[in-house]
Design a protein around this ligand. Structure first.
Ligand code: IMP
Ligand code: MG
Length: 170
């Protein structure tokens, strides 16, 4: 396994976090926000992001995975659910990377049923070449090519989440 090729530096990630946070600060000024990072990958991005946010935030985690079942576009498996009541709340889902978009498409449908005041998606990285759904993130960090990447929370079989930069797996 070779992870020596750096695709995105720590400095570029820092800039991205500040830019995305300023967009969120602009859009939710004076509001309260429920932030839902998706475990496990989003925990590092979310911890950097929320410390740049200026509005009152309430954090609650979810852990989900999606798989393609028979005769369906996808099934969402909830491993850990939120505990806060999001009805009437502004909600921001924070994800590490959007690939096919299946997970977030299903999650958005599910959380939408709980009647939040608004429901948006923020992702650190976006791999649009592999999209199989019409999902478009509302806040998008950095667009990446169709390569398997690790670091900054992203893993390969559970490894490499602790890299400070983003690297390509070969
Ligand atoms: P999808 O958008 O439903 O296909 O799934 C997105 C999930 O797949 C992400 O939350 C990651 O856990 C995982 N994933 C997709 N691409 C990568 C990658 O390049 N590196 C690490 N994990 C990835
Ligand atoms: Mg994930």
């Amino acid at each position: 396994m070779d992870t020596s090729e750096i695709l995105i530096s720590r400095e570029e990630i820092d800039e991205m976090v500040k830019r995305v946070a300023s967009e969120i600060n602009r859009d939710y000024a004076g509001e309260e926000l429920v932030v839902i990072p998706i475990l496990t990958g989003a925990f590092i991005f979310a911890s950097d992001l929320i410390r740049e946010l200026k509005m009152p935030v309430n954090i609650d985690f979810m852990q989900v995975s999606s798989y393609v079942g028979e005769n369906s576009t996808g099934v969402l498996k909830i491993k850990k659910d939120i505990t806060v009541d999001i009805k009437g709340q502004h909600v921001l889902i924070v994800e590490d990377i959007v690939d096919t978009g299946r997970t977030l498409k299903l999650l958005k449908e599910l959380l939408g049923k709980k009647e939040p005041k608004s429901l948006k998606i923020c992702t650190a990285f976006d791999k649009p070449d592999r999209r199989l759904t019409d999902l478009v993130p509302d806040y998008n960090g950095i667009v990446v090519p169709d390569k398997f990447i690790v670091g900054y929370g992203l893993d390969y079989n559970g490894h490499f989440r602790n890299y400070k930069d983003i690297r390509i797996v070969r």
